[in-house]
Design a protein around this ligand. Structure first.
Ligand code: ARG
Length: 713
């Protein structure tokens, strides 16, 4: 059997560390000893000769890494896929290896020019299965894998390398006789580990620890039951011994300085071809990005998400706008190891505003809802951004845009006023954002990522001013900066009110505790608020303060606890319950001031959403949360600005229901809450880290200043 194994090596006459193209070479330039390297190489050569036939290729001056013949190419029977080195430092080896393979009578395939693939260093046949494991992430490009499948007639399984110390697959992955696998799991991403676990049963997997990994234990040459490597720990020797393998150690420290060991120094020439479906699951698509790609950081974000999602990319072209106001456009080829990863990446890219190029004319895929309240698998999850779907041969704007919904398509009715059809007249279908629970059996829902595009608004050109008034992160907002933001918000509120626009306030009980009540009531009285959203607590504390002068039992004037005050809020609840509702309490003259009172008096609609911790609750509090969500959504509709005052829970709920384009101002003393809420990736969000009572008092002051100015005109 061993006679049949043929190995190619290259003597280290010209070996040295001349440059740095992997982390092992750092600090080792010209630090290796040629004599010692020669001696170590000879030893390996002698060892290998006892298990295999070793052939030599002539070393070439100027190509020090040629000793690592694993990177010459990938050989399967008589067919070779020649390497295309990623780094220019090694590209000069290519013609020498090509000449050698051709002289041996092999059929040599060469990859397109800009498609790196580093041979058997990144492609290893499974010793039991009939597939090829192929690495990508550092040297070989994912897009080379379909070529391997086609030229070699094998199934290719793509594995993504994520630790740059293990830049080639053969540095951390070694298939062994009988389907065993020696490997270092942390060198791979989660998806790849999963793939490995699917193909290699647990009893066949031999994971190594970091110590063995950095000693290049996975960079082994395996012939039958012998595993030849640089060095192995006692534990690894036992693990392999128990499975009937013998380890032969041969020191290769001089080559470790260049980032290689036993396996790198060899190329297996006699890989048999086994009947195997030639397949690669690698998928590619081209996307188009347009807009202020650089100043908005969109390109970076898109490319980062492709890579962190397990894919790879190639920028096909990039047209940079000439002036600051000109948009740029880019076309990027996205590749992913399989359809599921591709779908995931594409979904995220679409959310960023990218559009799949070939899909310009491809309609969205639809699937029927088979169970009411449950979407088909793979349904497209909506974002806050304006979205369009391609149905038939037209783009249709999705209505009721919100986050975390599905897109339901209702066919257009043929004109007329078909009362139970939700579709548009004139035969135009309607696309509607729908919560999962509202989906009806038989309805069509958009699945996958074909035929969907989202529109991101261009960032404001007045970049400096938006930054000034923008996010006041990390609690470092100086007083002056808070004042500046308040000026901007007051100006907005004033303009919205004057043109008959809509402002909705979400408020938590902190507004009352921090003395914000008098200011909020004033905003309501003066017509700046057109809807109030909160929970049971804001109303209870407001009413307690109005009736008893305390908030949770604390005297609001003196700031001290009142004897028996802890029962005050329950008394307030009880009083309202007796009246039947907050409005009735106002009508009966029992509730005569405060936030809720002003809402009733000024006909500002409010909605109180209940929670598990609510006392009472007040008769107005909706304990059916589905009902409460619907009520919130109704009150938010058409809002121009939402002022979120110190309530993370209700503000997040509101944020999820609100499409992009609605200005949001989030005020909280906790920077984390502000970050969470104002980070909607849209320019319209403003975060203010400050005491909410103080904020409201500044706002009211500023508004009256503005009104004064107006009055003078
Ligand atoms: N210095 C070489 C490089 O960085 C080492 C190659 C090791 N070969 C391998 N199959 N892992 O390319």
């Amino acid at each position: 059997m061993s006679d049949s194994v043929q190995i190619l090596m290259c003597p280290p006459h010209h070996y040295d560390v001349d440059y740095v193209i992997n982390p092992w070479m750092e600090g080792n330039v010209h630090r290796s000893s040629r004599e010692q390297a020669q001696e170590q190489w000879n030893k390996l050569y002698q060892v290998l000769k006892t298990y295999a036939t070793v052939t030599l290729v002539d070393p070439q001056i100027g190509w020090p890494d040629m000793v690592f013949t694993a990177n010459a190419g990938l050989v399967l029977e008589n067919t070779v896929v020649l390497s295309r080195f990623f780094h220019t430092e090694r590209q000069g080896e290519e013609p020498h290896f090509q000449a050698w393979f051709e002289a041996q009578g092999h059929t040599v395939h060469t990859l397109p020019k800009s498609l790196p693939f580093e041979g058997a260093g990144d492609a290893l046949l499974d010793r039991a299965g009939q597939w090829l494991w192929a690495g990508y992430g550092f040297r070989s490009e994912l897009d080379s894998h379909p070529y391997l499948a086609k030229w070699l007639g094998v199934e290719v399984l793509s594995l993504r390398l994520v630790d740059q110390r293990f830049y080639h697959l053969d540095t951390c992955f070694c298939p062994l006789t009988d389907g065993y696998l020696l490997y270092y799991p942390p060198a791979f991403d989660t998806y790849s580990n999963h793939l490995i676990e699917l193909r290699v049963p647990v009893e066949k997997r031999i994971p190594v620890d970091e110590v063995d990994a950095v000693n290049f234990a996975c960079n082994s040459v395996n012939v039958d039951r012998v595993v030849i490597m640089n060095q192995a720990s006692a534990g690894l020797k036992r693990a392999l011994g128990d499975r009937g393998f013998t380890i032969v150690e041969t020191p290769l420290g001089e080559f470790l300085k260049a980032g290689g060991a036993a396996k790198c120094l060899t190329l297996r020439m006699t890989e048999p071809r086994r009947a195997s479906p030639q397949a690669s699951t690698v998928q590619s698509r081209t996307i188009h990005l347009e807009g202020h790609l650089l100043d908005s950081g969109l390109v970076n974000r898109a490319l980062d998400l492709i890579v962190s999602g397990g894919g790879s990319f190639q920028v096909l072209n990039f047209n940079l706008g000439e002036q600051r106001q000109d948009p740029s456009a880019a076309e990027v080829k996205v590749s992913a190891p399989d359809a599921a990863v591709m779908a995931d990446i594409m979904g995220q890219l679409i959310d960023l505003g990218a559009m799949a190029v070939a899909e310009e004319s491809v309609p969205a895929q639809l699937a029927a809802v088979t169970q009411s309240g449950v979407a088909p698998d793979d349904f497209y999850v909506t974002t806050i951004y304006p979205t369009e779907v391609r149905v038939g041969n037209q783009w249709i704007k999705v209505v009721g845009q919100r986050m975390d919904g599905a897109i339901a398509i209702t066919p257009g009715s043929d004109g007329g006023s078909d009362s139970d059809s939700n579709g548009g007249s004139d035969g135009v279908p309607v696309a509607r954002c729908q919560l999962l629970r509202d989906l009806q059996a038989g309805e069509s829902v958009v699945v996958g990522s074909d035929g969907i595009r989202t529109l991101r608004s261009a960032p404001s050109l007045k970049k400096n001013s938006t930054e000034e008034f923008g996010f006041m992160g990390a609690g470092v907002s100086s007083e002056r900066r808070v004042e500046l933001v308040v000026e901007q918000i007051a100006w907005d509120l004033r303009r919205i009110r004057d043109r008959g626009g809509k402002v909705v306030v979400t408020a938590g009980p902190v507004v009352i505790h921090t003395g914000g009540s008098e200011h909020l009531t004033r905003l309501i009285r003066e017509g700046y608020v057109h809807g109030l959203l909160g929970g049971n607590a804001i109303a209870v504390h407001d009413i307690e303060q109005s009736m008893m002068g305390t908030s949770l039992g604390v005297d609001m004037q003196r700031g001290t606890s009142v004897h028996g005050g802890h029962r005050h809020h329950l008394k307030a609840i009880n009083t309202i319950r007796r009246c039947g509702s907050i409005a009735q309490a106002v009508e009966q003259g029992i509730l005569t001031s405060g936030v809720m009172y002003e809402c009733v008096k000024n006909k500002v609609p409010f909605s109180l959403a209940g929670s598990i911790r609510d006392d009472g609750p007040l008769p107005d509090t909706k304990m059916d949360l589905i009902e409460a969500q619907a009520d919130y959504a109704r009150l938010i509709e058409g809002a121009d600005l939402i002022l979120m005052l110190s309530t993370m829970l209700h503000s997040i709920g509101v944020g999820n229901m609100t499409p992009a384009g609605v200005k949001m101002v989030c005020v909280d003393i906790n920077p984390a809450v502000v970050t969470k809420l104002s980070d909607r990736g849209s320019v319209e969000s403003i975060g203010v880290v400050t005491d909410v009572g103080l904020f409201l008092s500044l706002l009211v002051k500023q508004l009256s200043k503005l009104t004064g100015q107006y009055a003078q005109v």
